[in-house]
Design a binder for this molecule. Structure first.
Ligand code: GLN
Length: 304
């Protein structure tokens, strides 16, 4: 299938949509991003690469990075990961504290903030230089040595991150954070501040369409089974309390971030990244969702 024309058509349609959500204001520097930015990039297993719009411009990938921190933790401690975080959709907002008390500090899944904080705690315990080693891991999978954290975004979030601070302290009180909460939060905010563009994202995540194996260089990042499990989590939990809606409308494993990015994967075929900063009420990119919905409808390439 030639994706180029299909993407060009859908890009034009979706770009023209007027009523398209709002920028997140709870991270002050994300509210400064140009709301008109719109990029898309696909990388396929048969080596098609095509991008449009602002697909080469870096943006804050925010919660998309939670897939990468999970993958590193999973590589480091294997199935023990699931003793610290569960694998169930939460049905609640990404930053909710609601289920933690009842579930004794075990977050519902690794993609809600509570779960990603526990994953950051695992990285802190397992790595000597967590911040540097996580970045090296991401650069290595992506073959892009220029990928970096944004200290500007991280400190912007740190200054007003009261909810994450509350979450981390709460989980600590329930016994599922082993390190100092301030150190866990520091690492968590840095992880969320990673910057990439749509091309980086679609190339990086292609290994999850290839049973955990990198296309270039052939490195096995995750085993086949682990890769299947990460895709399953993206399918069921990647969009918080809109995960059902994403499966219903788009039908692919994927992950969003409040920076307006979405990565989606079609196993054995492609990875596609979209970036449009305005978010819907659930914190997912408004135009990103629209674009992917049309893309899987026109191509008939959803996993269902
Ligand atoms: N850094 C953001 C937060 O902790 C990430 C949230 C997101 O992208 N959904 O709130």
């Amino acid at each position: 299938m030639d994706f180029k024309e299909i993407i060009q058509d859908i890009y034009k349609n979706v770009k023209a949509i007027e009523d398209s959500g709002a920028l997140p204001t709870y991270i002050p520097d994300l509210a400064e991003v140009d709301p008109k930015k719109f990029g898309v990039h696909i990388t396929t297993m048969d080596c098609q690469n095509f991008g449009m719009g602002d697909c080469y411009e870096n943006f804050s990938i925010q919660s998309i990075a939670k897939v990468l921190s999970l993958i590193l933790a999973y590589k480091l401690i294997g199935a023990k990961t699931w003793e610290r975080v569960d694998v169930e959709p939460s049905g609640n907002a990404f930053n909710s504290l609601l289920q933690l008390e009842v579930e004794k500090g075990i977050p519902r899944n690794p993609f809600i903030n509570a779960g990603a904080l526990v994953i950051a705690d695992i990285l802190l315990s397992e790595l000597k230089h967590p911040k540097a080693e996580f970045l090296a891991f991401v650069r290595d999978i992506s073959n892009n040595k220029d990928i970096n954290y944004s200290s500007k975004i991280a400190s912007s979030e740190k200054k007003v991150g009261y909810r994450n601070i509350a979450l981390c302290n709460f989980i600590k009180s329930l016994g599922n954070i082993k390190n100092e909460p301030s150190d866990v939060l520091d690492l968590y905010f840095d992880i969320c501040s990673l910057e990439m563009n749509c091309k980086d994202l679609s190339e990086l995540f292609l290994f999850l369409a290839n049973n955990g194996k990198k296309i270039l260089g052939q490195d096995q990042i995750l085993t086949e089974t682990q890769s299947k499990r990460v895709n399953a989590l993206m399918q069921t939990c990647g969009f918080y309390d809109e995960s059902g809606e994403f499966a219903f409308r788009v039908g692919l494993p994927g992950k969003s971030g409040v920076g307006g990015g979405i990565i989606a994967i079609y196993p054995d075929k492609y990875a596609i990244a979209v970036w449009s900063p305005k978010l819907n009420k659930k914190g997912n990119s408004y135009k990103g969702m629209k674009f992917l919905e049309q893309f899987t409808s026109v191509t008939k390439l959803s996993i269902f």
